[in-house]
Design a protein around this ligand. Structure first.
Ligand code: NIG
Length: 432
């Protein structure tokens, strides 16, 4: 491959060279069908970084030729280099925990039974409403730290533990504060329709109207992101919102120019994936009980399937989403950690990749595409992150494994040795 460079007179501050495999993920996004596993690997590859951008990608010989006396050269011999992971689905901002519910589930209670009895999401809503902003930020920060240390450099973050305007806006403030102070880039999503809060029990329609008439316009007015779209998501499932309610909220959100995401088919297939297709949503997420017909509708409408194997694992269930079927049906597949206090407290994208390969039938290459460029595509960021190409943000990982398959093959330890975010080394276990 020819060296590709970004036109600039800057010399590189950092060059990572001699990688056993440099996974560029280059090529059109999203990668779907036969391209879902296309890592575009360079052997003995190198990447040059200038400021917050990738300056050049190519062979070690060519790229080292760009170095001058100021360039820091990092030797990745025997290792792999890849783009920072993009996490397409996280409710990572919340207060408290639900370890008690985890134990209750181990003793036989189901997630939906706990929710019906007043626990579940509502229990985190109570804790999140009670937490002052600084406390919510302080409790969420270590989770972002752990995600970054495991290689995640961009993450979608949902609200959805406020369920009243005041707390939903407080959650957006927490996301903005964390985005400003933390290396990771955060993409905000409004999930005011996570469940119907307890004070609206028996008046579900009134809550839907509140979301549509009050919350969406207020969020539109008050929440801005310089880095990405703001998204709106609805949990359309048994125990949450019906298809008609979800359609009403998402149609209004589309009118307000939010990007759309849908929690679909986690517990029951109500037709939520099909609704995502009907509305041209950016993503449908979970998809544990989705039919081939629904997948075909998603493919026709270019909806990305965001699979969350950590959630199925976290619930101790075995009906994992059928990732291979989505690939066969030409649906672009992305991955998310779904880090949340109820179903999946997992900060590690490498572990999510390991699960996706074992239980969702993705190959290691397909899972890595899902955790990088396809997740970026689902967030509208494929032109900036998710692959190693000149001009893109310098979000780069070094993993201490000799071959990309080891990212899925090994599990339980953290293979990510260096994390570079926007050109800055934010984690390093390599001697200078
Ligand atoms: O993605 N399904 C809805 N939301 C989360 C669970 C949130 C919770 O239980 O707190 C999920 O699994």
């Amino acid at each position: 491959m020819q060296m590709e460079t970004f036109p600039t007179f800057q010399s590189p501050e950092i060059i990572i060279h001699s990688a056993n495999q440099l996974l560029t993920l280059a090529g059109p996004a999203p990668k779907r069908g036969a391209a879902q596993g296309d890592l575009a690997i360079l052997r003995d590859g190198a990447v040059a970084i200038s400021g917050d951008k990738i300056l050049a990608v190519g062979s070690t010989l060519d790229i080292l030729g760009l170095a001058d006396s100021r360039t820091r050269k990092i030797d990745a011999r025997g290792k792999i280099v890849l783009p920072g992971f993009v996490d397409a689905h996280t409710p990572a901002v919340f207060a408290g925990d639900r370890a008690n519910e985890f134990e209750a589930r181990l003793q036989g209670a189901t997630y939906l039974e706990i929710q019906k009895a007043g626990g579940g999401i509502m229990s985190t809503v109570r804790a999140t409403r009670a937490a002052p902003l600084h406390e919510l930020v302080a409790q969420s920060r270590p989770r972002l730290e752990a995600m970054l240390a495991h290689g995640t450099t961009t993450a979608e973050v949902k609200t959805g533990y406020g369920l009243n305007l005041e707390t939903e806006l407080k959650m957006f403030q927490a996301i903005a504060a964390l985005d400003a102070e933390h290396a990771m880039d955060l993409v905000p999503t409004f999930l005011g329709a996570h469940v119907v809060p307890e004070e609206y029990r028996g008046r579900e329609g009134a809550y839907v109207e509140l979301v549509v008439e009050e919350m969406l316009p207020a969020v539109k007015l008050k929440v801005k992101s310089q880095k990405s779209k703001v998204f709106c998501d609805v949990f359309c499932d048994e125990g949450a919102f019906t298809v008609e309610q979800a359609r009403r909220i998402l149609t209004a959100a589309r009118d307000w120019e939010f990007g759309l995401r849908v929690h679909a088919d986690e517990f029951a297939n109500l037709g939520a994936a099909r609704l995502a297709a009907e509305l041209g949503a950016a993503s449908a997420d979970h998809l544990m009980v989705t039919t081939r017909d629904d997948m075909q509708a998603m493919a026709r409408a270019n909806v990305t399937a965001v699979l969350l194997p950590g959630t199925t694992f976290g619930l101790g269930k075995s009906n994992f989403a059928d990732g291979r079927a989505f690939v066969e049906e030409n649906v672009p597949v992305a991955l998310g950690s779904d880090i949340n206090p109820g179903t999946c407290w997992c900060e590690s994208m490498p572990f999510i990749i390991a699960l996706a390969c074992r239980y969702e039938k993705l190959t290691p290459a397909q899972a890595i595409v899902a955790a990088t460029i396809n997740a970026a595509h689902s967030l509208g960021l494929a032109d900036r992150v998710g692959s190693l190409a000149p001009g893109k943000l310098a979000d780069v990982l070094i993993a201490d494994v000799p071959d990309y398959r080891h990212l899925a093959y090994r599990f339980g330890a953290n293979p990510i040795e260096m994390v570079i975010k926007r050109g800055k080394i934010v984690k390093s276990q390599i001697d200078p």
